[in-house]
Design a protein around this ligand. Structure first.
Ligand SMILES: [Zn+2]
Ligand SMILES: [Zn+2]
Length: 95
């Protein structure tokens, strides 16, 4: 599945810079405000992210592309899924 990106407010497909009543803008703002499953920070604008569709959990989760990438690299290197704190530490170390 491909990554997504929300343009910054006022640019491209991004929401309006000022408060507005457009449904699309409200959706974009809500999506940008959601927290990444891995690092816990908001998804934000102009940043690649994924929606994860989880079979175990009915809730779809959202992750930054870089966070997901780091988790995937660790998983390959270690042969198991890293914990949340291991992934966050690896990101703080390296990238
Ligand atoms: Zn708008
Ligand atoms: Zn993240």
């Amino acid at each position: 599945m491909g990554w997504l990106l929300i343009d910054s407010p006022g640019i491209g497909n991004g929401p309006c810079k000022k408060k507005c009543k457009h449904l699309d803008c409200a959706d974009a703002r809500a999506e940008a405000a959601r927290s990444c499953r891995i690092c816990g920070y908001p998804i934000g604008y102009d940043t690649k992210f994924y929606w994860e569709r989880n079979e175990e959990s009915p809730k779809n989760t959202i992750v930054h592309f870089v966070c997901m990438w780091t988790e995937e690299e660790l998983r390959r290197a270690w042969g198991r899924v890293p914990t949340h704190s291991e992934t966050v530490k690896a990101m703080a170390r390296g990238k």
